[in-house]
Design a protein around this ligand. Structure first.
Ligand SMILES: [Zn+2]
Length: 318
């Protein structure tokens, strides 16, 4: 099978170094395997997605030398999540027909006051309050949840090895669709990756555990699963994950300030503790990309996080 990878950012803010890192690893993996890397817009949250970000994201990545493959050149469907309600509804209908989907009318407060068992997820644990409101059809304007199986799922990650996760323990019954009509990330990403025949999913390690939720969905929808290659997340000097809303310096801002794109690659190499002597001979973006294809091996990618060396980026005129 041909290697098909993807980079799928959300246009809800400008890209930052963490996004560049994720894009770079996805791009590099495709080169290492002689395959293709698609670019996909994850604009599920229509209210927060902005055209100006759609524009700037591609520009930032091109500035750093990352070009992506067009799905049509490989006989694959192009995907924009905001145009795929029908596909997601169809998947929910299939789940509702063959498994247990129900209408949930709980507020956040209800779920909180129900106490919830200790669990592994970051959000609240849903205790199954509304399970009796089962539906066998897609319903609009209501929260739909899925009784995900309370069972350990085993899978292999290219960089982090064998994993055993019970997806039920991450948060209880999985939300498929919100009341405002926004489809759940896990549902959309599974349907989209299967549609584009993605063979390996490269993304941040924060999604390593929740991969079990996606595997449960692949199984229930009888879709072919990709392989997974999670990579270290990028953190700042205070060990905080870079987030769009935390005001992390954006690639767009560096570009506007006249920072040379090679400085961005160099900053990443420094953050990975790659010695300057190793990269001293690199004089072009192409040189940097060739370097990354050779360098980004599982031993480099199997670390939990990369702490960004932010002071380097101040030297924009070097
Ligand atoms: Zn409920």
């Amino acid at each position: 099978m041909t290697y098909i990878g993807r980079f799928a950012p959300s246009p809800t803010g400008h890209l930052h170094m963490g996004n560049f890192w994720a894009a770079l690893v996805a791009w590099v993996r495709a080169k290492q395997e002689g395959g293709v890397c698609l670019y996909r817009l994850e604009d599920l949250d229509k209210a927060r997605s902005r055209p100006e970000y759609i524009e700037s994201m591609r520009g930032d990545l091109a500035w750093l030398g990352l070009d992506f493959d067009e799905p049509k050149d490989h006989a694959l469907p192009d995907i924009k999540q905001s145009e795929r309600d029908a596909q997601y509804k169809n998947a929910i209908s299939q789940l509702a027909k063959h498994t247990h989907v129900f209408k949930c009318e709980c507020t956040r407060k209800d779920i909180k006051s129900a106490g919830g068992a200790p669990h592994l997820g970051e959000g609240l644990f849903y205790p199954g309050t509304c399970r009796e409101r089962r539906t066998e059809l897609w319903i609009d304007g209501t929260v739909l949840r899925w009784c995900i199986e309370d069972r350990v799922i085993e899978f292999e990650d290219r960089h982090f090895g064998p994993q055993k996760v019970n997806p039920y323990h991450l948060g209880g019954d999985t939300v498929l669709c919100r009341k405002d009509g926004i489809f759940a990330y896990h549902l959309a990403v599974v349907v989209d990756d299967a549609t584009q025949k993605i063979s390996e999913v490269v993304r941040g390690r924060d999604l390593l555990g929740p991969t079990a939720v996606q595997i449960a969905l692949y199984n229930a929808l009888a879709l072919e699963k990709p392989k997974w290659a999670h990579c270290p997340i990028v953190v700042d000097e205070n060990n905080q994950r870079l987030e769009k809303r935390s005001g992390a310096q954006t690639l767009d801002a560096y570009r506007q300030r006249g920072v040379h794109a090679m400085m961005i690659h160099k900053n990443l190499a420094n953050s990975l503790a790659i010695s300057s002597a190793t990269t001293a001979a690199i004089t072009s973006i192409t040189g940097w990309l060739e370097f990354w294809v050779k360098t980004l091996t599982p031993s480099v990618l199997g670390r939990p996080a990369i702490q960004l060396q932010s002071e380097i980026l101040g030297d924009e005129n070097e």
